[in-house]
Design a protein around this ligand. Structure first.
Ligand SMILES: [Zn+2]
Ligand SMILES: [Zn+2]
Length: 547
């Protein structure tokens, strides 16, 4: 087959960062989207709920999108789907569980009716315009995850989203090695593959190692066991349920996303919990603590999550008790280490016992480590390679691994979001650069919060605020009464008592001295006075009304 046609690969998310995965394939007039994820904000992104990919590139091409294929049901792959659908009403293709989770998400936001959802099972394929997409099973930390074989007139691409090579996964369904070998036989022109753990040597442990670790904790816990993880870690739900059965404890899922996901997974047969093991949270709270397991979200210590609230003592429904044992069954996402550590300390202070992955194997990664990544490269034998899903250092490391196993250096391309790649005549080259940044979602507003607003929030958070309100007689120009000063996050009460009288005096001098541009003059005088006295810089605002 002649391959003298051009396939464009447009990375919109997940390259140069961990999260908000989204890749676009473009052949002629046809566009295929793979995954539409979100990313959770870093600590310094104040007030942001989450971040979605900048898909500006697609806005004037919506009618050319032949389909959106989703690899699995994690938020960093499905989270942005409702925002994308607003602008790109293309049909969605996913395996049964992934589809179920997408459906629930769209329903929660009342947009299910405008979505066209199609189920494709692992092992099946679907023709979308110029793309023939084959879905094949991969192991991960959620059931029903897939990798993609994408056949185009420009060549065969293998898109390996999140995966691991687990021989004893929770659901007993290993990665489809035969399919990978078969694709390899056909000759793979380009492999894209998950780089999350490319800095981790060796092999990611099997999900199986968690069972004994849970057994130890469940057997010795003097009271309730509270397990925290992501609501979409459905494989972990199964392991907790199995441990609950083994130790004669009742299990309650806590929190809307946890309850919803468990319900969907159970209904679809991806989560097996005996009816008599499952109880509601209300029932669980009235039982002997030694018979109870609660499963909730918040393993990242997020203040708004159940674990965040339990650690702070602000959970409305129930409190942390002295004999509780809390298991944090996940690894902090890069950047969250501090928040997680604080939550652990707070819970210990409240008398709970806390078990986390640094002290017991209560979590294993769902992502391939170096040896698995090399095995994949060796199995697929791609002509070209692009590492995806990871910060730049992880992508670079993955590129280095590919070189080690024999992919020619010139056939390995490390790119970040917005850097277009073209596959032509079996060779990769860099195309143009398009926007590939952040779109912040804050409450109902999408994209209105830009980096300017973020910088302002940062300034407010760093320095606090200093507000001066002046009332001036419109005829004489003299102050009517004392200047009113409101300050937040800047002065301690003692400092305020010492400094504010002097600030007021200086303001009155300026106004009563007939300053023509009083607001500006006051602003800069107050700023420099405050800086001299405190060596800190609040945001200073002056309002002046004439009456
Ligand atoms: Zn995932
Ligand atoms: Zn992922």
């Amino acid at each position: 087959m002649s391959k003298k046609n051009k396939l464009r690969i447009v990375p919109l998310g997940g390259l140069g960062e961990v999260g908000k995965n989204m890749t676009v394939y473009e052949y002629g007039k046809n566009i295929l989207i793979v995954d539409t994820g979100i990313m959770f904000p870093e600590n310094d992104m104040l007030g942001i709920d989450y971040i979605i990919p900048d898909y500006d590139y697609l806005l004037n091409k919506a009618d050319r999108v032949v389909g959106i294929v989703i690899t699995h049901g994690h938020e960093d792959h499905i989270g942005a789907i409702r925002h994308i659908l607003d602008d790109i009403p293309a049909p969605i293709y996913a395996t049964p569980l992934t589809r179920g989770l997408i459906e629930a998400k769209l329903k929660r936001n009342n947009v299910l009716s405008k979505a066209m959802l199609h189920t494709v099972e692992a092992g099946q394929s679907v023709q979308l315009g110029a793309f023939e997409v084959e879905l094949f099973h991969v192991c991960h930390s959620i059931p029903d995850a897939v990798g993609l074989g994408i056949t185009t007139p420009a060549g065969l691409v293998v898109h390996m989203s999140d995966f691991k090579f687990d021989h004893t996964p929770v659901d007993g369904w290993p990665t489809d090695y035969a399919k990978l070998a078969e694709l390899s036989q056909r000759g793979v022109d380009l492999l894209l593959s998950d780089s999350t753990n490319s800095e981790r040597p060796g092999w990611t442990p099997s999900e199986m190692v968690i069972g004994p670790a849970f057994d130890d904790v469940f057997a010795s816990a003097p009271g309730r066991v509270i397990v925290a993880t992501f609501a979409s870690l459905i494989s972990r739900m199964q392991q907790v349920a199995d441990a609950a059965v083994r130790h004669n404890r009742k299990l309650a899922f806590v929190g809307m996303s946890m309850v919803d996901n468990a319900k969907i997974a159970r209904e679809m047969g991806y989560l097996e919990v005996p009816e008599k093991t499952l109880v509601s949270i209300e029932q669980a709270l009235n039982m002997d603590p030694k018979q109870v397991v609660l499963m909730c979200t918040g393993s990242q210590g997020e203040p708004s999550s159940i674990i965040g609230r339990l650690s702070a003592g602000t959970n409305r429904h129930f409190d942390l008790k002295e004999k509780d044992t809390v298991i944090l069954s996940s690894h902090p996402i890069p950047g969250n280490e501090e928040t997680v550590s604080r939550a652990i300390n707070r819970m210990l202070r409240r008398g709970a016992n806390v078990i986390y992955d640094a002290i017991a194997p209560v979590h294993v990664s769902g992502h391939a480590s170096q040896e698995e990544q090399k095995l994949l490269l060796n199995m697929v034998k791609p002509k070209n390679f692009i590492p995806i899903h990871g910060e730049l250092r992880m992508l670079k490391r993955h590129g280095y691994l590919a070189k080690q196993v024999g992919v020619p250096e010139e056939n390995i391309l490390i790119v970040e979001n917005g850097e277009v790649v073209e596959l032509y005549d079996g060779k990769l080259s860099k195309g143009e650069r398009i926007p590939g940044g952040y779109v912040f979602v804050d409450g109902q507003s999408i994209g209105d919060i830009d980096h300017g607003v973020m910088r302002e929030r940062e300034k407010l958070a760093r320095g606090g605020i200093f507000l001066i309100d002046l009332n001036v007689d419109k005829y004489s120009g003299r102050l009517m009464g004392e200047p009113e000063i409101i300050t937040r996050g800047f002065l301690s009460p003692d400092e305020a008592e010492e400094l504010l009288p002097e600030v007021r005096r200086r303001i009155m001098d300026i106004v009563n001295g007939g300053g023509l541009d009083a607001e500006k003059e006051i602003g800069s005088a107050v700023k420099s006075f405050l800086y001299n006295e405190t060596k800190r810089r609040p945001m200073v605002f002056v309002t002046l009304s004439k009456n």
